[in-house]
Design a protein around this ligand. Structure first.
Ligand code: XBP
Ligand code: MG
Length: 261
């Protein structure tokens, strides 16, 4: 590598939240949606397989609408449909907060270690997610402590951009806030929609798969891993990635290698 070439020095890592920082979808968002449905006296129940199908639509309000269109079309007759969905979703966010406060959803392997290393090595840390901004705070505070949001230089979340992933809008927004080029950054994602959003913004992307995303198409990813790994808990490499040879976990040095690949 040409050490004078600063365009290929890692300046920031942009983390997705749901499924990447923590397994929030199955045991966080899904039960929160179900609790909101109950509070609204709806007989709807999003079980684990159905929620997997619904994850093709990103964003909670958008996901509820998609479900109504497909499975509860009678509700489309409501003349206050938009407001009703917004209110149902607000209730879901309250339940999600309660679940996070119970502290039962841990960060995925390697997340805390890597965030700390990035900060120690002056690589900026950012978030790019479709989830509601409050949810990011709830998760970070329940896992990293009450000042956790301060560890992140930029937090891009929810409705601040017109289009959610797989559109690249949220990544463009975060890159704009960081005032960095995509060639100076790496995205970490868990899903095909997330990968497509990051790639469309020009970002090299590391995938850490989970229960819902393991079978998805990750072509174009810099590498596909089981998780970020820990020194005593090696990741599994799921793609053909020479940079990952002899590597047990993701650290700043290996991210630098992925940047120039
Ligand atoms: C996450 C999402 C979110 C959550 C729910 O996608 O799609 O909608 O499921 O959050 P990604 P809200 O990980 O790609 O950002 O209900 O707050 O929208
Ligand atoms: Mg995700």
């Amino acid at each position: 590598m040409d050490n004078t070439d600063t365009t290929h020095t890692l300046k920031a890592v942009l983390f997705d939240v749901d499924g990447t920082l923590a397994d929030t979808e199955r045991d966080g968002h899904r039960p929160a949606f179900n609790a909101a449905f109950k509070e609204f006296e709806l007989s709807w129940n999003w079980d684990i397989p159905l929620y997997g199908e619904l994850l093709q639509v990103t964003g909670g309000k958008e996901r509820i609408r998609f479900y109504i269109e497909k499975y509860q079309p009678d509700e489309l007759k409501r003349n206050d449909l938009d407001e009703w969905i917004a209110s149902l979703h607000k209730t879901k966010t309250r339940h999600f907060k309660q679940l996070m406060e119970q502290g039962e959803i841990p960060l995925r392997p390697g997340v805390k270690r890597l965030v700390r290393e990035l900060r120690d090595r002056n690589v900026r840390v950012a978030i790019a997610t479709t989830t509601t901004p409050e949810n990011v705070t709830y998760l970070l505070e329940s896992t990293l402590g009450s000042h956790a949001s301060n560890f992140f230089d930029v937090i891009g979340a929810g409705d601040i951009v017109p289009q959610k992933k797989p559109a690249p809008d949220i990544y463009y927004w975060v890159l704009g806030q960081l005032q960095l080029k995509p060639s100076q950054c790496i995205a970490i994602e868990d899903s095909e929609h997330g990968l497509n959003a990051a790639l469309a913004a020009g970002l090299p992307t590391v995938i850490t798969v989970n229960h819902y995303t393991a079978q998805q198409n990750f072509s174009g990813a810099a590498t596909v891993l089981s998780d970020l790994g820990e020194p005593d808990q090696a990741f599994t490499v799921l793609s053909d990635s020479p940079e990952m040879k002899d590597q047990q976990f993701v650290d700043v040095d290996v991210l630098e290698k992925l940047l120039v690949k």
